[in-house]
Design a protein around this ligand. Structure first.
Ligand SMILES: Cc1cc2nc3c(=O)[nH]c(=O)nc-3n(C[C@H](O)[C@H](O)[C@H](O)COP(=O)(O)OP(=O)(O)OC[C@H]3O[C@@H](n4cnc5c(N)ncnc54)[C@H](O)[C@@H]3O)c2cc1C
Length: 265
């Protein structure tokens, strides 16, 4: 299927480190599906500087048409706002400095900037029958956490932990009355793992959604939830969204090495 062409219509700063970019497309039909998943994500395709992508091609066809050094870079982003009929999509990008492709692109994107999307996925939605929800992540997971909170029933109970740089980086995060939202600050040395371990564990069935920096999540939080708290896998959505010091390509390799090492245990 051909990639979806996206044109930036406007940008807004949700916080100093989180930039919402609004896109228009004449045809978003390739991104249909997964509406029922609150963590719905798209693969965004960033052309290399000076390389014009031929229109109407799929990623597979591009890999044949272009020299390896001209191939675009693919990054994964949550798509909480996606109106297929209206041709509108919005993505919240963490603006994390000069390194990488997507973060710097988002910082400098203006109306008229062009991007492509190739594929959509998702795998979590809060289960209204859970007795309590543990929802946690860092800035990258803010869009998915916001969508999860919007999907919770009004009577839901639980705890949200969100790790951001400092108080200035706290986005608005409306939640049902029984769900407490706690922001943690890197500048204060706080961490998701510590906050989750210190959280008084509730009675009943807990469903957990935890995503953020991969080492924090996979080494700091996952063993606690799966082993110490014996959460069944079916009640968890836990994974890294990015990895310190690695590009998304390097991070994919880290994940596959981790999976292989765990498979050998
Ligand atoms: C399912 C899924 C959904 C995601 N949703 C979102 C989303 O909605 N919004 C969002 O901003 N991100 C989201 N991410 C994370 C995003 O894909 C990564 O942060 C990605 O690496 C950014 O690409 P880049 O080109 O900016 O940096 P890369 O080229 O991948 O990395 C370059 C350098 O930047 C560092 N880096 C990457 N991300 C960050 C960060 N967030 N903070 C600090 N340093 C970083 C890397 O460690 C590396 O050193 C999601 C990831 C997944 C798997």
């Amino acid at each position: 299927m051909a990639m979806t062409r996206l044109v930036v219509t406007s940008t807004e700063d949700v916080t100093p480190s989180l930039r919402r970019i609004w896109f228009h497309s004449d045809d978003l039909s390739a991104l249909a599906g997964f509406d029922d998943q609150s963590d719905r994500y798209v693969k965004l395709v960033f052309p290399k500087a000076g390389v014009e992508l031929p229109e109407g091609l799929s990623m597979r066809e591009l890999r044949i048409a272009l020299a390896p050094e001209d191939l675009p870079v693919v990054r994964t982003y949550t798509a909480p706002i996606l109106d297929i009929t209206g041709g509108i999509m919005a993505i919240d990008f963490v603006v994390h400095g000069d390194h990488g492709v997507a973060g710097p692109w988002a910082r400098s994107a203006t109306a008229g900037s062009i991007l492509y999307a190739d594929g959509i996925g998702g795998g979590y939605r809060p289960d209204p029958s859970a007795d309590a929800h543990l929802i946690a992540g860092d800035d990258c997971a803010v869009p998915a956490i916001g969508a999860a909170l919007a999907a919770l029933p009004a009577e839901a109970e639980g705890q949200v932990f969100i790790l951001v740089e400092s108080a200035a980086d706290e986005p608005p995060m409306p939640a049902p009355h029984g769900v407490k939202v706690t922001f943690l600050h890197r500048t204060a040395g706080q961490s998701l793992a510590r906050a989750i371990r210190e959280w008084p564990w509730p009675h009943g069935r807990v469903q957990a959604f935890v995503h953020g920096e991969a080492k924090d999540v996979m080494h700091g939080v996952r063993p606690y939830l799966l082993k110490d708290r014996a959460l069944p896998l079916a009640d968890t959505s836990i994974s890294g969204y990015w990895r310190h010091g690695r590009t998304e390509e390097g991070f994919r390799q880290w994940k596959s090495d981790l999976a292989a090492a765990e498979g050998n245990n």
